[in-house]
Design a protein around this ligand. Structure first.
Ligand code: NMX
Ligand code: MLT
Length: 437
């Protein structure tokens, strides 16, 4: 069955479960809210639903019930590669089913049709000052696509109905995931390669095409596939996924919603941490290792200098995870099995930071999770392959994250989730409840 038919069947099968939960069990209590959660970023409050992925604090992420190694193992691979295509992963995220090779081939073919980006998007990006951060360019590019939103068109057609609204979200979502790598490649070439643009390779899958569009080597094709899949989804409470869900809950179309999500991803406590990691590491080399090899003692000193100046150690800590992020481990394993990369001085330094930083953070005593997250390992791979412009790294995160956010909002509409509108209270109210105990 083709992707849309499979998804339609899945959504229709799922709807009665959601309806029954609300009608028959709507008042069952699944959590309570404390004052520190209210003030402290709603941490750990169970109030969002998604079946696309689940984040266990100890184990890390599972996409559609599968761990990262299980996901890579199960999905059909790109020709001649150990990694699945992004297209097969898109099918899997949307439907929860491992596609057959024939189903993947269909998605790859449809992806190619959808990936053409209208010229006005490039013109809008080009109109920005060249010094603009590439995340601004990406967010503007996605927002510019809004003009042709099929969901918005359906809403304005006078024929809008809740039962098939998801089909129009699906159309936009699919267009968006197919186009965002092309927009990202355009930004890369515009900013860092003297505007030497490379056209779409119509014979290539998403990962291979992205590598070719930014002038990269064959080996980078797997880097792109791995990177986009690993960054795709992290259940729905993280800033980018939650923002996308929130904005779309007002029936803003997928372009408005994901442009907003990207603006959240651009924060240093979220996706921007991957560029901060590289910045920190390179500055460490310049400041401490001009004439000497890095040592654990030097790394320890630099980490304490960072903490003592009131800054966070980028790439370490997490709001939910309490162990090393399996996305970190997966990328580290990629480095260890890649000749050249495993002996690369920067990789060795990142590995040394991994040996030292958790101990320093434990001694510091603030971070609830002293272990590395996805961002601690991602930049060094890009650097090794020559993508040294680290302010571009969050754009790569944003290309991957589009897959999860778009799968999520397609299902949001499929299941008719309501506009999100939590209730706020005042400080005097909290003080009163505090006194009453
Ligand atoms: N370095 C120094 N202090 C830290 C760190 C860290 N890496 N992580 C947490 N803390 C501090 C945090 O600032 C807070 O201090 P204070 O009480 O003074 O406000 C305290 O430890 C408790 O914070 P947690 O509850 O452990 O962490 P929280 O859930 O609030 O925040 C992060 C999670 C990820 C924002 C935080 O760990 C952090 O800032 N990490 C560094 C930035 C980073 O790597 N972000 C990327 C996350 C993954 N991603 O891609 O989005
Ligand atoms: C993410 O991938 O979104 C980050 O790890 C942050 C999070 O999960 O809160």
């Amino acid at each position: 069955m083709a992707l849309k038919e499979t998804l339609k069947q899945k959504i229709e099968e799922h709807r009665p479960r959601t309806t029954r939960l609300v009608k028959e069990f709507g008042k069952v209590i699944i959590d309570q809210v404390t004052i520190d959660q209210c003030i402290g970023g709603a941490r750990d409050i169970r109030c969002l639903v998604t079946d696309i992925s689940y984040l266990d604090p100890q184990e890390g992420i599972r996409f559609r019930g599968k761990t990262i190694p299980e996901t890579f193992e199960a999905l059909p691979k790109a020709p001649g590669s150990d990694y699945p295509t992004v297209e097969s992963f898109w099918y899997f995220l949307l439907t929860g089913e491992v596609p057959t090779q024939a189903q993947v081939d269909e998605v790859v073919a449809e992806w190619k049709v959808r990936q053409e980006v209208p010229q006005y998007v490039f013109d809008a990006i080009r109109a920005l000052p060249k010094e603009s951060h590439p995340m601004v360019m990406l967010s503007v590019g996605i927002l510019a696509l809004q003009k042709d939103s099929k969901f918005c068109g359906f809403y304005n057609s006078g024929k809008f109905n809740k039962m098939n609204a998801w089909e129009y979200v699906y159309e936009d979502a699919y267009d968006l995931v197919a186009r965002i790598p092309v927009i990202a490649a355009f930004i890369y070439n515009l900013k860092y390669r003297g505007d030497k643009q490379i056209g779409i390779d119509k014979g290539a899958d998403c990962g291979a095409n992205f590598a070719r569009m930014i002038g990269q080597c064959k080996e980078y094709e797997d880097v792109a596939r791995m990177y986009f899949i690993l960054h795709s989804d992290h259940e729905s409470g993280n800033v980018s996924a939650h923002t996308t869900h929130l904005v779309h809950s007002a029936l803003s179309d997928p372009y408005y919603a994901y442009s907003a999500g990207l603006n959240g991803l651009a924060g240093p406590l979220h996706g921007l941490a991957n560029q901060e990691v590289l910045d920190w590491t390179i500055k460490f080399q310049e400041k401490y290792c001009k004439d000497v090899e890095p040592t654990k003692e030097l790394v320890t000193k630099a980490l304490w200098d960072t903490l003592n100046s009131g800054q966070v150690i980028p790439g370490y800590g997490h709001a939910v995870l309490r162990k090393t992020d399996p996305r970190y481990t997966s990328q580290r394993e990629f480095c260890l099995k890649t000749p050249g990369l495993k002996d690369d001085p920067l990789f060795k330094l990142v590995a040394m930071i991994f040996e030292v930083a958790p101990g320093v953070l434990m001694e510091h005593g603030k971070a609830k999770n002293p272990w590395p997250n996805v961002d601690a390992q991602s930049g060094v791979i890009q650097w090794y392959y020559g993508v040294k412009e680290w302010d571009f790294y969050t754009v790569l995160f944003g290309v991957g994250r589009a897959l999860g956010c778009m799968a999520n909002i397609t299902w949001d509409r499929g299941l008719g989730y309501a506009i999100e509108r939590p209730k706020s209270v005042t400080t005097p109210m909290l003080e009163k409840w505090a006194e009453e105990g």
